[in-house]
Design a protein around this ligand. Structure first.
Ligand SMILES: Nc1ncnc2c1ncn2[C@@H]1O[C@H](COP(=O)(O)OP(=O)(O)O)[C@@H](O)[C@H]1O
Ligand SMILES: [Mg+2]
Length: 413
């Protein structure tokens, strides 16, 4: 029951009740109430208390009221935390008979309690003030719970703040880890390159030994008397020396010169030169080298040494691709779309589709002693010349084509 309800009219079923019946009913209500209820006359003389009132304040209300109307206040005062303030408030309230107020008071005995105190005038049917109603509700537990909830909410807020901070710092650490990872990755890449250089050294050493061994054998046979045999020996030695020269070319191709030495390039001569250079090794691999020179091929401006390396790289790849079964390597030159087109075609097994994307990656190789730099550096050289390199491959063979732009005519004279 709300204490405020007493300012409104009571709900009744309409059946008429005698005053004594009504009184009995009200007494029952008061006894059952969880509120401590006190009724006094308009001057402050206490008249009625319910049992809950006595229970809250810890004294026998019947006994107290028997001792006279002042006794309730006498019993209450020592139990109040701030008795002076309590008395002042009472005086103020009784000085204004129509006053309604609500506040909180604390009592220390019989045990600590926080009470919600409400007071309002009691009016008769003509609205004249005939007394005052007081109710006291024990809100100790509710308040404690409220405090606890508030404390927990504060703790939760604090924890979530800490969590957010922890997350932020974890994020910072993650960023650091990531940057360290990046560094490590860069270092790894660097060391990978280094090991590729090591691989290259191994492959070169391997090639040189393959050249030097037959050379040494022939040399030991060279001082024989038979002229025919001696000539044969010299021939073999010449071939090995040619291979050595080819190897030098490859190495030069890898260590690309920084500056380009630009000049008009004699492309037909370049093609012939490459074919000548390749022939000894090609013959050994059962590969025939064919040159096809078209007409009206425009002059291009470029770096002869670098273009030579490109052509040797492609031709050598072709020969190497056919080494198992032999075949034909065709190096051709033609005019094409305002430029010159060089083609190196082989009749080898072709390039599997799975690796086609990686052909031009540095250090990509499928050869046991390959360096994987030939195509990478070749394409770079072609691009530096403003040209384009393309590859077409099938089971019938592979064709690399290089298009180089024609020299720009100087119209100024
Ligand atoms: N004509 C070709 N036929 C088949 N595969 C080729 C041909 N040219 C290049 N390749 C493939 O491309 C790879 C990369 O070639 P390249 O860059 O010259 O390096 P390397 O010759 O040292 O392996 C080769 O290992 C080979 O697998
Ligand atoms: Mg190669």
């Amino acid at each position: 029951m709300s204490a405020r309800a007493q300012n409104q009219s009571l709900a009744t079923s309409g059946t008429s009740m005698s005053s004594s019946e009504e009184l009995a009913l009200l007494r029952a209500l008061l006894r059952a109430s969880d509120y401590g209820v006190l009724l006094s006359d308009s001057t402050g003389r206490d008249l009625i208390c319910n049992p809950r009132f006595g229970e809250i304040f810890g004294f026998d209300v019947v006994e107290a009221l028997n001792g006279g109307p002042e006794q309730v206040r006498v019993q209450m005062l020592p139990r109040i935390k701030n008795p002076d303030e309590f008395v002042q408030t009472l005086d103020k309230i009784y000085a204004d008979p129509t006053m309604t107020s609500e506040d909180e008071i604390e009592i220390l005995a019989p045990k600590y309690r926080l009470l919600r105190r409400y007071t309002a005038p009691v009016l008769d049917d003509d609205k004249a003030v005939i007394g005052r109603l007081w109710t006291f509700r024990d809100i100790t537990r509710t308040r404690r719970l409220e405090m606890k909830v508030r404390l927990q909410a504060d703790q939760l807020r604090e924890q979530s703040r800490e969590l957010a901070n922890a997350l932020k710092s974890a994020h910072g650490r993650l960023n650091k880890v990531e940057s360290v990872l990046h560094q490590t990755q860069a270092q790894l890449l660097e060391s990978e390159k280094l090991s590729a250089v090591g691989l290259l050294a191994v492959s070169v050493a391997h090639d040189i030994r393959n050249i030097l061994t037959p050379l040494a054998i022939e040399l030991s046979l060279a001082d024989q008397d038979d002229r025919a045999l001696r000539a044969e020996s010299f021939d073999v030695m010449q071939k090995q020396l040619d291979r050595l020269s080819l190897l030098t070319h490859r190495l030069l191709g890898i260590a690309r010169p920084h500056a380009m030495h630009l000049a008009p390039v004699d492309l037909p001569a370049l093609v012939e030169h490459t074919a000548d250079l390749l022939r000894p090794q090609a013959t050994q691999e059962n590969v025939s080298v064919v040159v096809e020179l078209g007409r009206n091929v425009p002059t291009i401006i470029g770096d002869l040494g670098q273009l030579d390396q490109v052509l040797v790289n492609l031709a050598l790849n072709g020969v190497q691709a056919m080494h198992a079964a032999g075949g034909t390597l065709t190096i051709s030159l033609s005019r094409n779309k305002g430029g010159a087109c060089l083609r190196v075609a082989d009749t080898g097994p072709g390039i599997p589709a799975t690796i086609r994307k990686r052909l031009f990656d540095p250090f990509f190789t499928t050869k046991e002693n390959g360096a994987g730099l030939g195509l990478f550096s070749s394409r770079r050289i072609v691009q530096d010349h403003g040209g384009v390199m393309k590859v077409r491959s099938s089971a019938a063979g592979t064709q690399f084509s290089i298009w180089l732009p024609e020299e720009e005519k100087n119209h100024g004279g």
